[in-house]
Design a protein around this ligand. Sequence first.
Ligand SMILES: NC(=O)c1ccc[n+]([C@@H]2O[C@H](COP(=O)([O-])OP(=O)(O)OC[C@H]3O[C@@H](n4cnc5c(N)ncnc54)[C@H](OP(=O)(O)O)[C@@H]3O)[C@@H](O)[C@H]2O)c1
Length: 229
Amino acid sequence: MLTQSGQGLADLGVLGTGKMGPRLAAMFARAGRKVILASRDPDRAQAIVDELDIPGLRAGSYADALCTPAILPAIFIRDGLFDLLDRSCRKLTGKLLVDISNPYNADYSDFVTPWDSSGAEELQRRFPQAKVVGAFKNVFWEVFDHPEFGETLSDVLITGNNETAKARFLELADGTPFRYLDAGPLINSRTVERLTMITGNLGRQLNSYPRMNWRLLTQPHPEAMGAVS
Ligand SMILES: NC(=O)c1ccc[n+]([C@@H]2O[C@H](COP(=O)([O-])OP(=O)(O)OC[C@H]3O[C@@H](n4cnc5c(N)ncnc54)[C@H](OP(=O)(O)O)[C@@H]3O)[C@@H](O)[C@H]2O)c1
């Protein structure tokens, strides 16, 4: 259940003020959610929030953001995301944990997770008290500044093992400029995360990097429409 406008706690806490955090915080706030943008240095978050000047968006510390019912860490796993959450693990109980991680190593040549796992699965394994939903992994930061590709919205693939958590995520994301597709359980994050590596390489080949995202092209199929029995 989202908070009523102007009342109560925030709906979402975003941790980190790098490329992704402020853009995601701004996007959710523009869609009408109450969002805390949090930083290790709350003054840095405050300066960003002042500049963005979006109703419903306020600045805070990581501790503030971890008090919200939905938490979105915009922090690399290689930079210590797991340890950071470990220190506040009791605050994660029952929370929606929106995982945007692509678990790149420092030189972006590979992932720090093994092939038979993913950032999202590792997060869920380490924090079973939270409900992890993977999202935004294929969306490069610049896309949030201009999300429409012509008339077309691009796709965000969401993964998760808990249907209620996925529904809560979709409620939070209502009104944001993407089409959300259910990409199945968390195990599918292995594919989604590694797709980001390929997208980055293709974008550079096509002189589009970082302005690219996926859209699954489809046409109604006669059998699916019930025209053929
Ligand atoms: N960049 C993309 O296009 C993109 C796309 C999809 C997914 N992602 C994922 O989004 C997450 C964040 O990516 P990003 O590009 O926003 O990263 P970034 O620009 O490096 O920002 C990460 C933020 O993490 C916080 N942080 C906390 N502890 C840190 C530490 N020990 N060292 C460095 N930073 C620390 C910092 O914010 P404070 O100083 O404010 O605390 C920092 O600004 C990653 O998991 C990445 O895989 C990124």
